[in-house]
Design a protein around this ligand. Structure first.
Ligand code: SF4
Length: 492
């Protein structure tokens, strides 16, 4: 990146190589947003250019110099943009880039998106002369305008006053909600193109994000409409269209065009993706997913926990952070999946694996948050940490509520039974074990068969008279014997 005149004025280095830089506790000056303070980022399109004071950054609340070292503060970032090519659908796309551009600033760590943002500023950056969040704002605007030339005017309002952040966050959540609801009436089969997103390939090179009407981006920041708006202004850019091609599997959501894109975007690492599958050829997951799903083989069901959940442990004994470590990295990991929260509202939500009928556990704060997405049939059948602590308790819970995984999941979309049911399998195994424990004389009453069943090829003592007799039951066996030689044992 060439150093512009304005860039020279900043007391920090700006370079894409700082993307991924972490500010650890030991080097922390302040933390903004994150788990303990409210935060958000928002881009708003302003159709009247004269209403934007281009390049201006205002701040509501304490600035860096007024903050205590090691302190945690609320943080809201609102950008207003104008450009002839900009339409409202581009708001979310521009907003998603805030993470990328702010990550270019040395000593400034920006993670996550929307109302999950987590920012840390290092002591080193402050020592080098970073005095004000306004400097961060001006650098961000400069980067936006350099990288996205369709932005003609841009101003920013940063807020650190906690009450004000909370107030604005309520309005912001409504804006996020309206954006998310926009795609609910549109389905994958209604469009000819999906959209890729390669923004996260900078840290997860094989990640293949495919955004469709029925599957919002796993970071939750971009819907199909948003991606389309991005592709319109930059058709060759990171959100380029993916022609769907032919549908190979309508339930799993597998398309020839997506498979071709998978090969191209992952440099050959993956050749097929089922967009609505959890266990077979799942969508890849970079590190930005809002929710992590994990398969629990003992109950043949799926659990979900989200970033920022107050729940510290899942029934598999792992917290979100550990599960996230297994999911991320741009990999297609069978048994784990990263999704955006809005995907719970999709009518195709993991439909290949049985949709909601396959969900056995959710963190209680997540279950409450998406309560209206859960089918009526399943609302009371999904456990949370308040119901169960471990797998054993989970099994008992699922039996008690007669969860579909217990006796076998019938996939709603096509009526196919896709699992046998672990309780059914266990009962069958018990019956079999009991049958095997029945004395051979009862089970095989034919006198002609008994000697055969006791042929002592493996256990001579069984017929030779020494030691404890051993019963060998042969079921469904075809035995042909050419000759039997019976010899008396010496000394008998
Ligand atoms: S998670 Fe996917 S959609 Fe979201 S920014 Fe990263 S690559 Fe793009």
């Amino acid at each position: 990146m060439g150093a512009s005149e304005e860039e020279e004025k900043f007391p920090f280095d700006i370079n894409p190589m700082y993307e991924g830089e972490r500010v650890r506790k030991s080097g922390l000056y302040v933390e903004l947003g994150g788990q303990s303070k409210p935060g958000f980022e928002l881009v708003l399109f302003e159709p009247e250019p004269e209403k934007i004071k281009d390049g201006e950054v205002s701040l509501i609340g304490p600035d860096l110099a007024d903050m205590e070292e090691g302190g945690k503060y609320a943080y809201g970032m609102i950008y207003r943009v104008y450009g002839e090519q900009i339409e409202k659908d581009l708001e979310a796309v521009i907003e998603r880039r805030n993470h990328e551009y702010q990550s270019y600033i040395q000593g400034y760590m920006h993670l996550n998106q929307r109302a999950e943002i987590w920012v840390r500023i290092s002591k080193d950056a402050v020592k080098k002369g970073l005095k004000s969040l306004k400097q961060i704002g001006r650098a961000t605007i400069m980067l936006f305008k350099e990288e996205l030339p369709f932005i003609e005017r841009m101003e920013a309002t940063f807020i650190t006053d906690e009450a004000e952040v909370e107030k604005r966050l309520e309005e912001t959540n409504e804006i996020y909600k309206a954006r998310d609801e926009k795609t609910r009436g549109l389905h994958d089969e209604d469009v000819d193109e999906f959209y890729q997103c390669t923004l996260c390939q900078s840290f997860a090179p094989t990640n293949v994000c495919v955004v469709t009407p029925d599957r919002i981006a796993l970071c939750g920041a971009m819907s199909w409409f948003d991606s389309r708006a991005a592709a319109r202004v930059d058709p060759e850019g990171p959100n380029a269209p993916i022609p769907k091609g032919d549908c190979i599997d309508p339930i799993g959501g597998e398309y020839t065009g997506v498979n071709e894109a998978a090969v191209r975007l992952s440099s050959g690492e993956y050749d097929s993706i089922k967009i609505h599958s959890f266990l077979e050829k799942p969508h890849t997951s970079c590190g930005c997913f809002e929710v992590a799903g994990f398969y629990i083989p003992e109950v043949e069901g799926i659990g979900w926990v989200h970033r920022g959940s107050k729940v510290s442990e899942t029934p598999i004994g792992l917290p979100f952070s550990t599960i996230a470590g297994s999911v991320g990295g741009g990999k297609q990991v069978q048994g784990f999946l990263g999704i955006g929260i809005q995907y719970f509202y999709s009518s195709k939500f993991i439909q290949y694996d049985g949709g909601w009928r396959r969900v056995v556990w959710m963190a209680s704060d997540l279950k409450e948050r998406v309560a209206d997405a859960i089918s009526d049939e399943m609302k009371d059948k999904i456990a949370t940490e308040k119901d169960v602590k471990d797998i054993e308790e989970l099994r008992e819970f699922l039996k008690r509520v007669d969860h579909p995984v217990v006796k076998g999941v019938i996939r709603e979309v096509d009526g196919e039974q896709i699992t046998e049911g672990w309780a059914v399998k266990e009962e069958a195994a018990e019956v079999e074990a009991k049958a095997e424990a029945v004395p051979v004389a009862e089970a095989v009453p034919s006198t002609a068969q008994v000697p055969l069943a006791s042929v002592p090829t493996m256990a001579p003592g069984a017929v030779a008279g020494g030691g404890t007799p051993i019963q060998i039951i042969l079921k469904d066996a075809d035995i042909s014997i050419g000759k039997i030689i019976v010899k008396r044992k010496e000394g008998k």
